[in-house]
Design a protein around this ligand. Structure first.
Ligand code: PRX
Length: 661
């Protein structure tokens, strides 16, 4: 490891060490500024050059950006490429076939390594297998898999044949899975018999069966099942196929399907402010380009040397860009871990870093906070008990990282040696948009720092006018960029309304977050969502989704959900519930609360379980019938209501809602 020392210039500002500033991919602020200036001066020329240098095109593009149907922007459209070719074949052609692509660590600690050549073979065989059962270019394939080599191979195999994958997180319920099957009109589902997490086996195939038993799944022709545990599962020979049996007879090579850069690569569902999740659609060319650039710029990836470890599940965007595509497109070596950070104990991440000599580690603040707590209780799982000297860079994603967690991460995990890149981005942005470049940007705990080159951010008020620096407002991106969301699958109107609202002029991308830009440094601090979207453990949850799930319960008449600050999960779900009868108290309230929690878990998935449920005979409403969510937020925090409540229809209700069931 190079001797990387971050110098502490003044309290809470950390500048890159000389070593970083000299040898990083983006070395020094001048290099950063030069890129920004190039983007300013010749926007399309800037992107065209990067796209030509980074992506391997089958046929190069002649046109960079088509804005004629804005906001449905099109990038590099007449260029053709294949994402899987870019992630696998070209590394083999460049002589890196024997480099380890994935180090897989199973829940029980068993390790399996696959080289680029081996992964290529698996992907080709699976791609041929998919073709043999009739999956074609443009077809949608649902992937409902555990974390593992096969999950990534399934995504790559779809990309290879031009099928559009939609990965559903293995923690989502049959109902959530069903919703996504119907919305995508999927022709096939790739799943596993079961998954293993924290020493427990959890069903996957059984949940697929449950989803398929619901109406509207006629599009599904085939269910391909990877044998993970080998335990007995129900098997319908008409529809189900073992993945291992499907791929064994297949050829080891599969000519990639060359597709337009605008061909959809995947659809990934995320929560919005209505009850229905949005199918965010990304395009092959621009997405891949940005995955590669951010791997180089933010993570400073050195493919021949680094061991990269992003802890995200492939069911989330982070697991798409920084597990399934980015590291592979760069030809790097990465860790994929099947289990949970607390099994067999809360030292598991540190153990993985030590065992596999991880050099770049990327995780979520919620995990850091949970591990801070665990190591305060049990010194044996404290990072100091492990040799973490292989680390050179740390990253954070998914939610604001509070300065205390940042400092602990910096001191205890990075041993004051590793810069921390706090990366702000979204499912819709495809990759980092505001983030430090570790060889250039000075770090300030709690700030995601500066927009990446080519990302034209601004902060505006509700009518789209820029707000003065230092004042909070809405975060927007003023110019299209290659990895941006293309549309919401099947709902272009919602795409326009959600992301390019007329109130802001219809031509800037509205991120959905509030932010402040510092007067002097230009650094951004994200202040949180401006819509009804919660961020629980770095996972996006729509309040309406949870409310709809609650009111679907036969006992419930009405429900309102708000986020409540939480030490570990960032935000916790707090539900205010009105039953179709008088509000319960005592033991009965506790029992119904347990039932409702389990209900939500079944409707959406365990991640959506409310932490707190409070019952009342009504909800606080204005005279026009609008629920006063602001009051509910105050109640959830246990704070005194000091504001004027004269517009409240039913003030007496507030007393009831103070009680947690
Ligand atoms: O609120 C922001 C928060 O996560 C949201 C995006 O969630 P999702 O699409 O699930 O993607 C998560 C992984 C990229 C954003 O609108 N968020 C993400 N990263 C940060 C963040 N908030 C503050 N700081 C971050 N670094």
């Amino acid at each position: 490891m190079a001797e990387i020392e971050l110098l502490k210039h003044e309290s809470r500002v950390f500048s890159p060490s000389t070593a970083w500033a000299q040898s990083a991919n983006i070395a020094g602020m001048d290099a950063y500024r030069a890129l920004c200036t190039r983007a300013q001066d010749d926007y399309t020329g800037f992107w065209a050059k990067l796209a030509r240098e980074n992506v391997s095109w089958q046929q190069s593009f002649s046109h960079v950006l088509d804005e004629s149907n804005a906001p449905f922007y099109r990038w590099f459209e007449d260029g053709t490429l294949n994402a899987s070719y870019n992630c696998l074949d070209r590394h083999i052609e460049n002589g890196h076939g024997e480099r380890v692509a994935i180090i897989f660590e199973a829940d029980d600690g068993n390790v399996r390594k696959v080289t680029y050549r081996q992964l290529h073979q698996t992907v080709c065989k699976l791609a041929n297998g998919l073709k043999s059962v009739g999956v074609k270019k443009g077809d949608r394939v649902i992937i409902y898999m555990p974390m593992g080599i096969q999950g990534v191979a399934a995504m790559q195999a779809c990309a290879r044949i031009g099928a559009i994958h939609s990965v559903v997180f293995g923690g989502f319920s049959a109902k959530s899975l069903h919703e996504r099957i119907v919305d995508t009109g999927a022709v096939a589902i790739i799943t596993a018999d079961e998954q293993i997490r924290g020493g427990k086996t959890l069903p996957l195939k059984a949940i697929v069966d449950e989803a398929l038993a619901l109406p509207g799944c006629d599009s599904v022709q085939q269910v391909i099942v990877h044998k993970r545990t080998g335990n007995a599962i129900s098997f319908n020979p008409k529809q189900d196929l073992w993945m291992e049996e499907l791929i064994t007879p297949q050829s080891k090579t599969c000519e990639p399907e060359w597709v337009s850069a605008e061909h959809p690569l995947f659809i990934l569902y995320t929560s919005g402010s209505t009850g229905k999740p949005k199918g965010v659609q990304h395009a092959c060319g621009g997405y891949l380009l940005w995955a590669m650039l951010t791997m180089q710029w933010t993570f400073d990836i050195q493919p021949a040397k680094d061991v990269f470890y992003c802890t995200a599940d492939i069911g989330w965007i982070t697991g798409h860009t920084y597990v399934a595509y980015g590291p592979l497109a760069m030809g790097a070596t990465q860790i994929i871990f099947e289990g949970v950070p607390t099994y067999p104990d809360a030292g598991r991440f540190w153990d993985i870093i030590q065992k596999h000599q991880v050099s770049i580690f990327y995780t979520a603040p919620t995990a850091i906070r949970a591990l801070i707590k665990a190591s305060a209780i049990n010194d044996q799982v404290h990072p100091k008990q492990y040799d973490l000297s292989s680390l050179r860079l740390l990253g954070s994603v998914g939610e604001p990282i509070n300065p205390e967690a940042w400092m602990w991460y910096y001191q205890q995990v990075g041993q004051q040696r590793c810069p921390i890149v706090d990366t702000f981005w979204q499912t819709e942005t495809g990759g980092h948009v505001i983030a430090p470049m570790p060889g250039a940007t000075s770090l300030v705990p709690g700030s995601c720092t500066l927009p990446l080159p080519g990302i034209m951010t601004a902060i505006v008020d509700e009518s789209g006018h820029p707000v003065p620096a230092g004042q909070g407002g809405l975060l927007v991106i003023k110019r299209p960029w290659p990895s941006m969301i293309r549309t919401i699958w099947g709902d272009p109107e919602r795409f326009k309304k959600s992301y390019f609202p007329a109130e802001l002029g219809g031509n800037v991308y509205l991120a959905g977050d509030g932010a402040i830009c510092d007067k002097d440094s230009g650094y951004y601090t994200i202040t949180g969502r401006i819509d009804d979207v919660l961020n629980v453990s770095g996972h996006r949850m729509g309040t309406m989704e949870i409310e709809s799930a609650l009111v679907a319960h036969p006992l419930v008449a009405e429900a309102a959900v708000v986020g409540k600050p939480d030490d570990v999960t960032g935000e916790a779900i707090c539900a205010f519930v009105v039953l179709k009868r008088n509000h319960p108290t005592g033991q009965e309230a506790t029992q119904i609360a347990v039932e409702l929690r389990n209900w939500v878990s079944k409707e959406i998935g365990p991640i959506a379980k409310p932490k707190e449920i409070r019952f009342g005979d009504n909800l606080p409403k204005t005279r026009s019938g609008k629920i006063m969510r602001r009051l509910l937020r105050i109640l959830s925090r246990g704070e005194q209501i000091t504001q004027d409540i004269s517009t409240l229809e039913n003030p007496a209700i507030l007393e009831q809602l103070k009680q947690v069931a």
